[in-house]
Design a protein around this ligand. Structure first.
Ligand code: MIG
Length: 767
């Protein structure tokens, strides 16, 4: 796009409309620190599916003209606009934070056309497309940039030097670091520089391209061939504020039911009632805590959505109720496509009421998935979402506690869905080319709305495909990984990257989905999975079973130990989930999020933090029994040895197969529960608090863990304070009738059990 000379401008509240010789653009201050750059190439106004309720924060601006252009000044920023709609952002001290690149893109084709054609014959994936895009946002590289986020992408945590595409893709082959798109598209990344940090959200849901300095180290760019030029630069004093800013625009996860934080056991598939019950009793017999069991596609009658195979599962409600008595919730998979079959009510209703996507000729569009020839619900229409929700309600009436949405890229077995397939889109018909990346979000919206019909229980909805902002509706998992060591390692950067992109409730299939797992890999993977937000062991049909007991006693005991650790940490996780619902800050964090000024955290791919207080340095390679652990500034308590380690450098930690090195920050608290077979098995009357150092304070959240009463104030917010050896609790909010009767304090190696009264009065921890 060629905007040419800046001719005139008009100020309208926090918005500046800019007339260039070649078109109109505008800059809007969403807040003093969030800048929107917009040009309506296809629609006059914003056309966003991520920012559904557009919020604005008060941001008085004033304008100064200068010879080359215009300055738009807020209390925090100075946005300079030049000819060609070039935009540079400075802080109020005059430091350049982010500047447009002034040259053209320049790249040397690394291979010639003939080579590509040659390689394509053997099946190599080659891209022959012209690399220039209609919309290109080029930012000048200052040299010190690290890049984070971009939703679920493979490769290192720091995306510098890599290129990606946003086009939701289901590819069951191992997703290694050369893969450009996975199931999810979140066109948002964070640029971290030595003395500044900001996020860039490209609010364009068409296929988009991100090059983080791979093509040319002089710039990084974002591109698209369709849609609007519409992006947000989100500044903030640190990375956490930037993540919060992005979530303020696109939403946060809601508080999940507490059981969702437990261990989940899955398999494609537990074939029938007997097999599922066997898994359940095995878990209880071995004392392996578990909260959820999964029904994969085989529970359906010939893979028909919203049906049950009555032979394999003759009495779903009865079975689900029995499992519930043993403390298991049942979660079922939910695929979008509807089998084409006469007499199948879901299909017939869809045809009759015009609920399915259409081809360019206005006929129902069919492709193939598990059920064979199938039609695709048009979730862009509210009436279709409502209908979907009615069937969902019937499903939930059997007692199901959750739904896992799969194949919503949407997947097609018989070639790609053509770009001209038509979505109704509430009267503004749109094509698949535009709507592809949104299909998962729209399905999630349908399922979240449908869930409300079920009354008061908190939703547990998981998605595989999605676009930016899906966190308002559901959580996610990373899809089909493989039981190979690199994918265990990769899952950490994936989960951390998603956490920085608003999607902090996520996890990877523990043990790996495709390929065969083995005992050592499962043990190591369970150690990692036990610490990631969504903790589910899942494996694919043609692979070896990988429940914790499948590889002998030692593996089982190690897995059980770490699953139990997770259950001890449940209140800590719950606090972090509560905090995430308020602010968007993820539960699991790359070290750089908490220690961005420390350059040694910026490329750490094999460690992570759970909240601010717990650091994990898992072993991610076969045969490794010792590893270097980077500890940031400060002292860290070795969780297992109960000894202190000095931070600000690497320590060497032995890590035999039964050990995942863990460290607790100095001057911190971690609340813990006793191990239970499942969340809610016993009523917790005593809270254990691990306290390190000599001064710590901590906010703890408590509610019934089940329903929506917390939204009406039925929760407690405690403040725990420890200083000068005095431990004291107080309430910031008191609305939930149950409070802890006593506290078990673990203070630097000493243990004190004290009553609530003593805790409220202030207790001196003196041995
Ligand atoms: O490609 O329903 O990612 O978790 O077990 C197979 C069968 C389709 C893909 C999901 C996986 C699930 C499987 N599904």
């Amino acid at each position: 796009m060629n905007f040419g000379k800046l001719i005139s401008y008009r100020v309208c509240g926090q918005r500046v409309v800019l007339r260039f010789a070649g078109g109109t653009g505008r800059i809007e201050l969403i807040s003093p620190e969030i800048v929107n750059v917009f040009c309506g190439c296809e629609t006059e106004e914003h056309h966003s599916y991520s920012i559904e309720e557009r919020r604005m924060w008060n941001a008085p601006i004033h304008i100064e003209e200068f010879p080359e252009g215009l300055k738009i000044i807020t209390s925090r920023l100075e946005v300079r606009v030049f000819d060609g709609f070039r935009v540079d952002v400075y802080d109020r001290e005059g430091r350049l934070l982010c500047g447009d690149y002034r040259g053209e893109r320049s790249y040397e084709p690394s291979v010639n056309h003939a080579d590509l054609i040659l390689a394509a014959q053997e099946g190599h994936e080659v891209s022959l497309i012209d690399k220039n895009h209609k919309i290109e946002i080029l930012k000048a590289m200052q040299g010190d940039e690290c890049f984070y986020g971009l939703g679920d992408k493979t490769g290192p945590l720091n995306k510098r030097g890599y290129e990606y595409e946003m086009w939701n893709t289901n590819n069951p082959a191992p997703q290694m670091e050369n893969v450009k798109s996975l199931y999810k598209s979140v066109p948002f990344f964070i640029t971290l520089r030595e003395d500044c940090v900001f996020g860039l959200f490209f609010d364009n849901h068409y296929k988009t391209y991100f090059d983080m300095g791979k093509e040319n180290p002089a710039y990084y760019y974002v591109g698209a061939d369709r849609g609007n030029l519409d992006y947000y630069m989100i500044f903030g004093e640190n990375m956490a504020r930037v993540v919060e800013g992005f979530c303020a625009l696109t939403g946060t996860h809601e508080l999940p039911p507490m059981w969702a934080l437990g261990y989940h056991q899955s398999r494609w598939s537990y074939e029938n009632e007997a097999e599922l019950r066997k898994v359940a009793s095995r878990l209880r017999m071995l004392g392996i805590p578990c909260d959820a069991l999964y029904l994969d596609i085989d529970f359906m009658d010939h893979f028909k959505v919203y049906t049950w195979d009555n032979e394999k599962f003759p009495n779903p409600a009865g079975m689900i109720a029995d499992l519930k008595k043993q403390g298991f919730r049942t979660v079922a998979i939910l695929d979008p496509a509807v089998k084409k079959e006469e007499g199948y009510p879901v299909y017939e209703e869809g045809v009759k009421n015009d609920y399915f996507l259409k081809d360019a000729n206005g006929e129902i569009y069919y492709n193939k998935v598990w059920a064979g020839v199938s039609a695709y619900p048009d979730f862009s229409e509210k009436r279709v979402r409502d209908w979907w929700g009615v069937h969902e309600k019937e499903m939930l009436d059997t007692g199901l506690a959750g739904l896992l949405m799969d194949m919503n890229e949407p997947s097609t077995f018989d070639g790609q869905m053509p770009p001209d397939v038509v979505f109704g889109n509430e009267g503004n018909a749109a094509t698949h080319e535009e709507m592809h990346n949104l299909y998962g979000n729209l399905m999630a919206k349908a399922v979240r709305e449908g869930w409300k019909k079920d009354g008061g229980k908190r939703p547990f909805i998981v998605t595989r495909a999605c676009f930016a902002g899906v966190q308002k509706y559901c959580m996610s998992w990373t899809g089909d990984n493989h039981s190979i060591w690199v994918m265990l390692r990769e899952s950490i950067a994936q989960v951390c990257g998603m956490g920085l992109s608003g999607m902090g409730f996520t996890g990877a299939d523990v043990g790996g989905y495709g390929s065969d797992c083995n005992g050592e890999l499962l043990a190591r993977w369970t150690q990692v999975g036990a610490l990631l937000p969504y903790f589910r062991n899942h494996s694919s049909r043609p692979t070896r079973h990988q429940e914790p007991w499948r590889f002998g006693d030692e593996t089982m005991r190690i897995c059980r130990e770490y699953i139990r650790l997770r259950y001890r940490l449940i209140p800590y996780y719950y606090d972090l989930f509560w905090q995430m619902a308020q602010t968007g800050l993820p539960v699991v964090r790359p070290l750089v999020l908490e220690y961005e000024k420390d350059p040694r955290t910026r490329n750490l791919n094999d460690q992570f933090l759970v909240g601010p207080n717990l650091l994990a340095a898992p072993v991610l390679a076969q045969g490794m029994e010792c590893r270097a652990v980077y500890l940031p500034e400060g002292r860290w308590l070795d969780y297992w040895k109960e000894t202190w380690a000095e931070g600000g450098g690497y320590v060497l930690r032995e890590a035999p197969l039964d050990c995942c090195p863990l460290y607790v920050r100095e001057n911190a608290m971690i609340p813990m529960y006793p191990v239970q077979n499942y969340v809610g098995e016993t009523q917790i009357r005593e809270l254990t608090l691990l306290i390190t150092g000599c001064e710590a304070s901590y906010v703890h959240y408590q509610d019934n863990g089940e329903d929506m009463a917390y939204q009406k104030g039925a929760y407690n917010l405690y403040v725990f304070d420890y200083r000068d050896r005095i431990f004291q609790i107080s309430f910031r909010h008191r609305g939930y009738e149950r409070v802890y009767d006593s506290y078990r304090l673990l203070v630097n190696g000493q243990e004190y059990v004290i009553s609530r009264k003593m805790a409220e009065a202030g207790f001196a921890c003196v041995p």
